[in-house]
Design a protein around this ligand. Structure first.
Ligand code: LLP
Length: 434
Protein backbone atom coordinates (compact mmCIF):
# COMPACT_ATOMS: atom_id res chain seq x y z
CA UNK A 1 0.00 0.00 0.00
CA UNK A 2 1.25 3.45 -0.85
CA UNK A 3 0.05 6.95 -1.65
CA UNK A 4 0.77 7.25 -5.39
CA UNK A 5 -2.49 7.28 -7.34
CA UNK A 6 -4.30 8.98 -10.19
CA UNK A 7 -6.63 11.75 -9.26
CA UNK A 8 -8.59 12.19 -12.49
CA UNK A 9 -6.00 11.79 -15.25
CA UNK A 10 -3.07 13.05 -13.20
CA UNK A 11 -0.62 11.05 -11.12
CA UNK A 12 -0.44 12.30 -7.55
CA UNK A 13 1.75 11.64 -4.57
CA UNK A 14 -0.62 12.06 -1.62
CA UNK A 15 -2.41 15.31 -2.64
CA UNK A 16 0.36 16.66 -4.84
CA UNK A 17 0.21 16.55 -8.64
CA UNK A 18 3.58 15.26 -9.83
CA UNK A 19 3.49 17.66 -12.78
CA UNK A 20 3.54 20.55 -10.28
CA UNK A 21 6.74 19.17 -8.76
CA UNK A 22 8.36 18.82 -12.20
CA UNK A 23 7.38 22.40 -13.02
CA UNK A 24 9.14 23.75 -9.93
CA UNK A 25 12.14 21.47 -9.64
CA UNK A 26 12.64 19.95 -13.06
CA UNK A 27 13.55 16.35 -13.85
CA UNK A 28 14.93 13.80 -13.16
CA UNK A 29 13.68 14.10 -9.59
CA UNK A 30 12.95 11.58 -6.87
CA UNK A 31 9.64 12.16 -5.10
CA UNK A 32 8.87 10.54 -1.76
CA UNK A 33 5.65 10.15 0.20
CA UNK A 34 6.02 10.79 3.95
CA UNK A 35 2.65 9.15 4.64
CA UNK A 36 3.70 5.92 2.90
CA UNK A 37 6.82 5.67 5.03
CA UNK A 38 4.79 6.31 8.16
CA UNK A 39 2.25 3.65 7.18
CA UNK A 40 5.02 1.16 6.47
CA UNK A 41 6.60 1.86 9.84
CA UNK A 42 3.33 1.51 11.73
CA UNK A 43 2.29 -1.65 9.88
CA UNK A 44 5.59 -3.29 10.71
CA UNK A 45 5.23 -2.29 14.35
CA UNK A 46 1.68 -3.63 14.52
CA UNK A 47 2.69 -6.84 12.75
CA UNK A 48 5.26 -7.49 15.45
CA UNK A 49 3.14 -6.55 18.42
CA UNK A 50 3.74 -8.97 21.25
CA UNK A 51 7.50 -8.62 20.77
CA UNK A 52 9.85 -6.06 22.25
CA UNK A 53 10.83 -5.00 18.72
CA UNK A 54 12.92 -2.07 17.49
CA UNK A 55 13.35 -1.07 13.85
CA UNK A 56 16.91 -0.13 12.91
CA UNK A 57 16.07 1.30 9.48
CA UNK A 58 18.71 0.15 6.94
CA UNK A 59 19.56 3.63 5.75
CA UNK A 60 21.64 2.38 2.82
CA UNK A 61 18.25 2.11 1.08
CA UNK A 62 17.75 5.87 1.28
CA UNK A 63 19.79 8.10 3.55
CA UNK A 64 18.44 11.56 2.79
CA UNK A 65 18.58 13.59 6.02
CA UNK A 66 14.87 14.42 5.84
CA UNK A 67 13.93 10.74 5.66
CA UNK A 68 16.24 9.95 8.58
CA UNK A 69 14.57 12.64 10.64
CA UNK A 70 11.13 11.36 9.64
CA UNK A 71 11.96 7.80 10.73
CA UNK A 72 13.65 9.02 13.87
CA UNK A 73 10.55 11.05 14.78
CA UNK A 74 8.50 7.88 14.33
CA UNK A 75 10.76 6.02 16.77
CA UNK A 76 13.17 4.18 14.48
CA UNK A 77 16.89 3.83 14.97
CA UNK A 78 19.34 2.93 12.23
CA UNK A 79 21.39 0.17 10.71
CA UNK A 80 24.66 1.91 9.82
CA UNK A 81 27.32 0.64 7.45
CA UNK A 82 29.91 3.43 7.28
CA UNK A 83 31.35 6.43 9.04
CA UNK A 84 29.48 8.54 6.50
CA UNK A 85 26.19 7.02 7.59
CA UNK A 86 27.02 7.71 11.25
CA UNK A 87 27.65 11.34 10.32
CA UNK A 88 24.35 11.46 8.42
CA UNK A 89 22.42 10.25 11.48
CA UNK A 90 24.11 12.93 13.58
CA UNK A 91 23.43 15.58 10.92
CA UNK A 92 19.76 14.59 10.88
CA UNK A 93 19.62 15.18 14.65
CA UNK A 94 18.84 11.50 15.18
CA UNK A 95 20.08 8.85 17.54
CA UNK A 96 23.25 6.79 17.13
CA UNK A 97 22.89 5.40 20.67
CA UNK A 98 20.15 2.97 19.68
CA UNK A 99 21.66 2.22 16.25
CA UNK A 100 23.78 -0.71 15.13
CA UNK A 101 26.90 -0.68 13.00
CA UNK A 102 27.20 -3.47 10.40
CA UNK A 103 29.54 -4.25 7.51
CA UNK A 104 32.45 -6.59 6.89
CA UNK A 105 35.26 -4.03 6.66
CA UNK A 106 34.81 -1.35 9.31
CA UNK A 107 37.96 0.77 9.50
CA UNK A 108 39.62 1.91 12.72
CA UNK A 109 38.44 5.53 12.33
CA UNK A 110 34.88 4.29 11.71
CA UNK A 111 34.97 2.05 14.81
CA UNK A 112 36.29 4.97 16.85
CA UNK A 113 33.58 7.32 15.53
CA UNK A 114 30.87 4.77 16.37
CA UNK A 115 32.24 4.27 19.89
CA UNK A 116 32.60 7.98 20.57
CA UNK A 117 28.97 8.42 19.62
CA UNK A 118 27.82 5.56 21.85
CA UNK A 119 26.62 3.13 19.17
CA UNK A 120 24.23 0.48 20.53
CA UNK A 121 26.27 -2.41 19.10
CA UNK A 122 28.72 -3.48 16.43
CA UNK A 123 27.54 -6.33 14.24
CA UNK A 124 30.73 -8.33 13.84
CA UNK A 125 31.33 -10.40 10.74
CA UNK A 126 34.67 -12.14 11.41
CA UNK A 127 37.25 -13.05 14.06
CA UNK A 128 39.84 -10.50 12.79
CA UNK A 129 37.20 -7.79 13.01
CA UNK A 130 36.55 -8.74 16.63
CA UNK A 131 40.25 -8.30 17.36
CA UNK A 132 40.25 -4.90 15.65
CA UNK A 133 37.20 -3.66 17.58
CA UNK A 134 38.77 -4.84 20.85
CA UNK A 135 41.96 -2.96 19.96
CA UNK A 136 40.18 0.32 19.11
CA UNK A 137 37.92 0.05 22.18
CA UNK A 138 41.05 -0.27 24.33
CA UNK A 139 42.42 2.95 22.82
CA UNK A 140 39.13 4.79 23.36
CA UNK A 141 38.98 3.42 26.93
CA UNK A 142 35.51 1.91 26.62
CA UNK A 143 34.03 -1.56 26.21
CA UNK A 144 32.66 -2.17 22.72
CA UNK A 145 29.14 -3.67 22.65
CA UNK A 146 28.92 -6.42 20.01
CA UNK A 147 26.72 -9.02 18.38
CA UNK A 148 28.12 -11.60 15.99
CA UNK A 149 26.50 -11.92 12.60
CA UNK A 150 25.79 -15.58 12.14
CA UNK A 151 25.37 -17.00 8.68
CA UNK A 152 22.57 -19.57 8.95
CA UNK A 153 23.17 -21.03 5.45
CA UNK A 154 19.63 -20.48 4.19
CA UNK A 155 18.72 -19.76 0.59
CA UNK A 156 16.72 -16.52 0.49
CA UNK A 157 15.61 -17.32 -3.10
CA UNK A 158 16.27 -13.82 -4.32
CA UNK A 159 18.63 -12.22 -6.87
CA UNK A 160 22.17 -13.70 -6.61
CA UNK A 161 23.72 -10.26 -6.02
CA UNK A 162 21.55 -9.59 -2.96
CA UNK A 163 21.43 -13.00 -1.29
CA UNK A 164 23.63 -12.98 1.80
CA UNK A 165 22.77 -15.89 4.09
CA UNK A 166 24.28 -18.80 2.15
CA UNK A 167 27.56 -20.31 3.31
CA UNK A 168 29.27 -19.23 0.09
CA UNK A 169 28.40 -15.55 0.67
CA UNK A 170 31.05 -13.31 2.23
CA UNK A 171 28.85 -12.40 5.19
CA UNK A 172 28.84 -13.52 8.81
CA UNK A 173 30.31 -16.47 10.67
CA UNK A 174 28.88 -19.93 9.90
CA UNK A 175 26.56 -21.25 12.60
CA UNK A 176 28.87 -24.16 13.36
CA UNK A 177 31.78 -21.83 14.18
CA UNK A 178 29.75 -19.10 15.85
CA UNK A 179 29.91 -20.68 19.34
CA UNK A 180 33.70 -20.56 19.21
CA UNK A 181 33.58 -16.94 18.02
CA UNK A 182 31.46 -16.00 21.07
CA UNK A 183 33.89 -17.82 23.36
CA UNK A 184 36.73 -15.84 21.80
CA UNK A 185 34.73 -12.62 22.17
CA UNK A 186 34.15 -13.32 25.87
CA UNK A 187 37.93 -13.44 26.43
CA UNK A 188 38.62 -9.98 24.96
CA UNK A 189 39.01 -7.37 27.71
CA UNK A 190 37.35 -4.54 25.77
CA UNK A 191 34.37 -6.39 24.28
CA UNK A 192 30.90 -6.66 25.81
CA UNK A 193 28.66 -9.35 24.29
CA UNK A 194 25.17 -7.94 23.77
CA UNK A 195 23.36 -9.91 21.10
CA UNK A 196 23.30 -12.04 18.00
CA UNK A 197 22.50 -11.09 14.42
CA UNK A 198 21.51 -12.59 11.06
CA UNK A 199 20.51 -11.20 7.67
CA UNK A 200 19.76 -13.62 4.86
CA UNK A 201 19.15 -11.38 1.87
CA UNK A 202 17.13 -8.64 0.28
CA UNK A 203 13.83 -8.48 -1.66
CA UNK A 204 12.47 -11.65 -0.08
CA UNK A 205 8.98 -12.37 -1.35
CA UNK A 206 8.08 -15.26 0.91
CA UNK A 207 8.31 -15.80 4.65
CA UNK A 208 9.62 -19.38 4.34
CA UNK A 209 13.37 -18.52 4.28
CA UNK A 210 12.91 -16.31 7.38
CA UNK A 211 11.15 -19.15 9.18
CA UNK A 212 13.89 -21.58 8.21
CA UNK A 213 16.62 -19.19 9.36
CA UNK A 214 14.95 -18.28 12.67
CA UNK A 215 14.26 -21.95 13.41
CA UNK A 216 17.95 -22.67 12.87
CA UNK A 217 19.07 -19.70 14.95
CA UNK A 218 16.61 -19.78 17.88
CA UNK A 219 18.26 -22.62 19.87
CA UNK A 220 21.64 -20.91 19.43
CA UNK A 221 20.23 -17.54 20.57
CA UNK A 222 18.66 -19.22 23.63
CA UNK A 223 22.01 -20.81 24.45
CA UNK A 224 23.80 -17.44 24.12
CA UNK A 225 21.27 -15.90 26.48
CA UNK A 226 22.10 -18.51 29.12
CA UNK A 227 25.85 -18.47 28.60
CA UNK A 228 26.60 -14.83 27.85
CA UNK A 229 23.46 -12.99 28.93
CA UNK A 230 22.67 -11.59 25.49
CA UNK A 231 19.69 -9.25 25.44
CA UNK A 232 18.82 -9.05 21.75
CA UNK A 233 18.48 -10.94 18.49
CA UNK A 234 18.60 -8.93 15.26
CA UNK A 235 16.80 -10.80 12.50
CA UNK A 236 18.04 -8.44 9.76
CA UNK A 237 15.95 -6.93 7.02
CA UNK A 238 15.07 -7.97 3.50
CA UNK A 239 11.29 -7.82 3.30
CA UNK A 240 10.45 -7.43 -0.39
CA UNK A 241 8.12 -5.01 -2.12
CA UNK A 242 5.86 -5.21 -5.18
CA UNK A 243 7.64 -4.07 -8.34
CA UNK A 244 5.52 -5.52 -11.14
CA UNK A 245 2.06 -4.19 -10.17
CA UNK A 246 3.54 -1.29 -8.27
CA UNK A 247 0.89 1.30 -8.99
CA UNK A 248 -2.07 -1.03 -8.43
CA UNK A 249 -0.56 -2.30 -5.19
CA UNK A 250 -1.22 1.11 -3.66
CA UNK A 251 -4.86 0.06 -3.29
CA UNK A 252 -6.26 -2.46 -0.82
CA UNK A 253 -8.42 -3.91 -3.61
CA UNK A 254 -5.31 -5.19 -5.38
CA UNK A 255 -4.17 -7.05 -2.26
CA UNK A 256 -7.63 -8.50 -1.72
CA UNK A 257 -7.64 -9.81 -5.31
CA UNK A 258 -4.34 -11.73 -4.97
CA UNK A 259 -4.74 -15.50 -4.68
CA UNK A 260 -3.64 -16.70 -1.24
CA UNK A 261 -0.66 -18.66 -2.62
CA UNK A 262 0.55 -15.69 -4.70
CA UNK A 263 0.12 -12.91 -2.14
CA UNK A 264 3.40 -11.03 -1.65
CA UNK A 265 4.97 -10.81 1.75
CA UNK A 266 3.29 -8.27 4.03
CA UNK A 267 4.32 -7.02 7.46
CA UNK A 268 1.21 -8.77 8.77
CA UNK A 269 2.10 -12.20 7.36
CA UNK A 270 5.77 -11.72 8.28
CA UNK A 271 4.76 -10.83 11.84
CA UNK A 272 2.30 -13.71 12.10
CA UNK A 273 5.10 -16.20 11.33
CA UNK A 274 7.87 -14.46 13.26
CA UNK A 275 6.18 -13.54 16.54
CA UNK A 276 5.42 -17.12 17.71
CA UNK A 277 8.97 -18.23 16.85
CA UNK A 278 10.67 -15.28 18.55
CA UNK A 279 8.51 -14.54 21.56
CA UNK A 280 9.59 -17.60 23.61
CA UNK A 281 13.21 -16.38 23.45
CA UNK A 282 12.39 -13.43 25.69
CA UNK A 283 14.92 -11.30 23.81
CA UNK A 284 14.61 -7.81 22.36
CA UNK A 285 14.19 -8.18 18.59
CA UNK A 286 15.90 -5.75 16.20
CA UNK A 287 14.82 -5.47 12.57
CA UNK A 288 16.86 -3.90 9.79
CA UNK A 289 14.41 -3.36 6.96
CA UNK A 290 15.37 -0.76 4.38
CA UNK A 291 13.60 -1.47 1.10
CA UNK A 292 10.25 -2.22 2.71
CA UNK A 293 10.27 1.12 4.54
CA UNK A 294 10.98 3.33 1.53
CA UNK A 295 10.88 1.34 -1.72
CA UNK A 296 7.24 1.92 -2.59
CA UNK A 297 7.33 5.40 -0.99
CA UNK A 298 9.29 6.89 -3.88
CA UNK A 299 9.18 7.37 -7.63
CA UNK A 300 11.67 8.79 -10.09
CA UNK A 301 10.07 11.46 -12.21
CA UNK A 302 11.49 11.87 -15.70
CA UNK A 303 10.70 13.72 -18.92
CA UNK A 304 10.56 12.25 -22.40
CA UNK A 305 13.23 13.63 -24.73
CA UNK A 306 12.27 11.79 -27.89
CA UNK A 307 10.22 8.94 -29.18
CA UNK A 308 12.53 7.38 -31.75
CA UNK A 309 10.78 4.98 -34.06
CA UNK A 310 13.14 2.31 -35.37
CA UNK A 311 12.85 -0.66 -37.71
CA UNK A 312 10.62 -2.95 -35.70
CA UNK A 313 11.72 -1.28 -32.50
CA UNK A 314 10.79 1.94 -30.74
CA UNK A 315 12.97 3.75 -28.26
CA UNK A 316 11.56 6.07 -25.68
CA UNK A 317 14.51 8.28 -24.75
CA UNK A 318 14.02 9.92 -21.37
CA UNK A 319 16.07 12.39 -19.33
CA UNK A 320 16.73 9.95 -16.48
CA UNK A 321 19.53 7.47 -16.98
CA UNK A 322 21.35 4.58 -15.36
CA UNK A 323 23.34 7.05 -13.28
CA UNK A 324 20.08 8.17 -11.62
CA UNK A 325 18.54 4.70 -11.17
CA UNK A 326 21.02 1.88 -11.72
CA UNK A 327 18.89 -1.07 -10.56
CA UNK A 328 17.64 -2.17 -14.01
CA UNK A 329 21.17 -2.08 -15.47
CA UNK A 330 22.72 -3.72 -12.44
CA UNK A 331 20.17 -6.35 -11.44
CA UNK A 332 17.87 -6.52 -14.49
CA UNK A 333 15.27 -5.28 -12.04
CA UNK A 334 11.76 -4.33 -13.14
CA UNK A 335 10.34 -0.89 -12.40
CA UNK A 336 6.84 -0.13 -13.55
CA UNK A 337 6.75 2.95 -15.80
CA UNK A 338 3.60 5.06 -15.88
CA UNK A 339 2.59 8.33 -17.57
CA UNK A 340 2.08 11.29 -15.25
CA UNK A 341 -0.88 12.38 -17.36
CA UNK A 342 -3.07 9.45 -18.32
CA UNK A 343 -5.03 9.71 -21.53
CA UNK A 344 -7.18 6.77 -22.59
CA UNK A 345 -7.53 8.18 -26.11
CA UNK A 346 -3.80 7.63 -26.75
CA UNK A 347 -2.55 4.63 -28.70
CA UNK A 348 -0.53 1.95 -26.94
CA UNK A 349 3.22 2.04 -27.44
CA UNK A 350 5.74 -0.77 -27.19
CA UNK A 351 9.22 0.60 -26.70
CA UNK A 352 12.58 0.17 -25.03
CA UNK A 353 12.72 2.87 -22.39
CA UNK A 354 16.28 4.19 -22.36
CA UNK A 355 18.40 6.96 -20.94
CA UNK A 356 20.78 9.22 -22.87
CA UNK A 357 24.03 7.61 -21.62
CA UNK A 358 26.46 6.27 -24.18
CA UNK A 359 26.14 2.58 -23.52
CA UNK A 360 23.53 -0.03 -24.30
CA UNK A 361 23.25 -0.95 -20.63
CA UNK A 362 21.51 2.38 -20.07
CA UNK A 363 18.14 0.76 -20.55
CA UNK A 364 15.30 0.81 -18.03
CA UNK A 365 12.97 -1.60 -19.82
CA UNK A 366 12.85 -3.66 -23.00
CA UNK A 367 9.70 -3.87 -25.14
CA UNK A 368 7.64 -2.19 -22.45
CA UNK A 369 4.00 -1.49 -23.20
CA UNK A 370 2.76 1.88 -22.15
CA UNK A 371 0.54 4.69 -23.31
CA UNK A 372 2.09 6.65 -26.19
CA UNK A 373 4.00 9.61 -24.77
CA UNK A 374 5.98 12.21 -26.65
CA UNK A 375 8.62 14.87 -26.23
CA UNK A 376 8.24 16.92 -23.08
CA UNK A 377 5.77 14.61 -21.39
CA UNK A 378 6.38 13.19 -17.94
CA UNK A 379 6.69 9.60 -16.83
CA UNK A 380 7.33 8.04 -13.43
CA UNK A 381 9.42 5.03 -12.49
CA UNK A 382 7.57 3.37 -9.64
CA UNK A 383 9.07 1.71 -6.54
CA UNK A 384 12.22 3.79 -6.78
CA UNK A 385 12.42 4.97 -3.16
CA UNK A 386 14.94 2.30 -2.12
CA UNK A 387 18.43 1.96 -3.62
CA UNK A 388 17.60 4.67 -6.14
CA UNK A 389 19.24 7.91 -5.07
CA UNK A 390 21.73 6.13 -2.78
CA UNK A 391 23.12 4.15 -5.72
CA UNK A 392 23.09 7.07 -8.14
CA UNK A 393 26.34 8.41 -9.61
CA UNK A 394 27.67 11.22 -11.76
CA UNK A 395 28.51 9.00 -14.72
CA UNK A 396 28.71 11.03 -17.96
CA UNK A 397 29.10 14.12 -15.74
CA UNK A 398 25.40 14.07 -15.09
CA UNK A 399 24.45 15.85 -11.88
CA UNK A 400 22.95 13.92 -8.97
CA UNK A 401 19.15 14.27 -9.27
CA UNK A 402 16.93 16.37 -7.01
CA UNK A 403 14.80 14.90 -4.20
CA UNK A 404 11.43 16.15 -2.99
CA UNK A 405 9.39 15.07 0.04
CA UNK A 406 5.60 15.24 0.00
CA UNK A 407 3.33 15.32 3.02
CA UNK A 408 -0.38 15.76 2.33
CA UNK A 409 -0.64 18.76 0.03
CA UNK A 410 2.78 20.13 1.00
CA UNK A 411 6.01 19.38 -0.76
CA UNK A 412 9.53 20.56 -0.27
CA UNK A 413 12.88 20.16 -1.94
CA UNK A 414 14.98 17.97 0.38
CA UNK A 415 18.01 17.79 -1.90
CA UNK A 416 18.73 20.30 -4.63
CA UNK A 417 19.88 19.09 -8.02
CA UNK A 418 23.65 19.13 -8.05
CA UNK A 419 25.39 21.95 -9.91
CA UNK A 420 28.41 21.60 -12.18
CA UNK A 421 30.51 23.55 -9.66
CA UNK A 422 29.60 21.09 -6.89
CA UNK A 423 30.45 18.17 -9.16
CA UNK A 424 34.00 19.34 -9.81
CA UNK A 425 34.62 21.07 -6.47
CA UNK A 426 37.23 18.53 -5.34
CA UNK A 427 39.04 18.29 -8.66
CA UNK A 428 42.14 20.25 -9.62
CA UNK A 429 44.76 20.39 -12.34
CA UNK A 430 48.16 19.46 -10.79
CA UNK A 431 51.05 21.92 -10.99
CA UNK A 432 53.03 19.66 -13.35
CA UNK A 433 50.31 20.00 -16.00
CA UNK A 434 49.90 23.72 -15.75
N1 LLP B 1 20.81 -5.58 7.01
C1 LLP B 1 21.92 -5.94 6.35
C2 LLP B 1 23.03 -6.52 7.10
C3 LLP B 1 22.02 -5.73 4.96
O1 LLP B 1 23.11 -6.10 4.31
C4 LLP B 1 20.93 -5.15 4.26
C5 LLP B 1 20.98 -4.93 2.82
C6 LLP B 1 19.79 -4.79 4.99
C7 LLP B 1 19.77 -5.02 6.36
C8 LLP B 1 18.60 -4.17 4.36
O2 LLP B 1 18.01 -4.97 3.39
P1 LLP B 1 16.58 -4.55 2.80
O3 LLP B 1 15.59 -4.57 3.94
O4 LLP B 1 16.69 -3.20 2.23
O5 LLP B 1 16.31 -5.57 1.80
N2 LLP B 1 21.10 -2.55 -3.84
C9 LLP B 1 20.26 -3.74 -3.81
C10 LLP B 1 19.95 -4.19 -2.40
C11 LLP B 1 21.19 -4.44 -1.55
C12 LLP B 1 20.90 -4.84 -0.14
C13 LLP B 1 22.15 -4.88 0.69
N3 LLP B 1 21.96 -5.19 2.07
C14 LLP B 1 18.99 -3.46 -4.63
O6 LLP B 1 18.85 -2.38 -5.17
O7 LLP B 1 18.14 -4.33 -4.75
Amino acid sequence: MHHFHYSGPDLHCESVDLAAVAKLYGTPTYIYSAATMEDNYRRLQRGLSGLDAQLCYAMKANSNLALLRHFSNLGASFDLVSGGEIQRVLAAGANVRSSVFAGIGKTEPEIRLAMENGVFAFHVESEPELARINHVAGKVGLKAPIAIRVNPDVDAKTHAKITTGKSDNKFGIPLKYAGAAYEAAAKYPNIAIKGVQMHIGSQLTSVAPYVEAVEKMAPFAADLKTRFGITYFSIGGGMGIVYRDALASGQQAWWDAQPADKRPLTPESYGASMVPLLKPLGLKILLEHGRFMVGNAGVLLSRVEHLKRGAGKNFLIVDAAMNDLVRPAMYESFHEIVPVHRDSSRRALTADVVGPICESGDCFAKDRQLQEVGEGELIAFMSAGAYGYTMASRYNTRAMPAEVLVRGSAFELINARETFEQMVAGEKIPAFLR
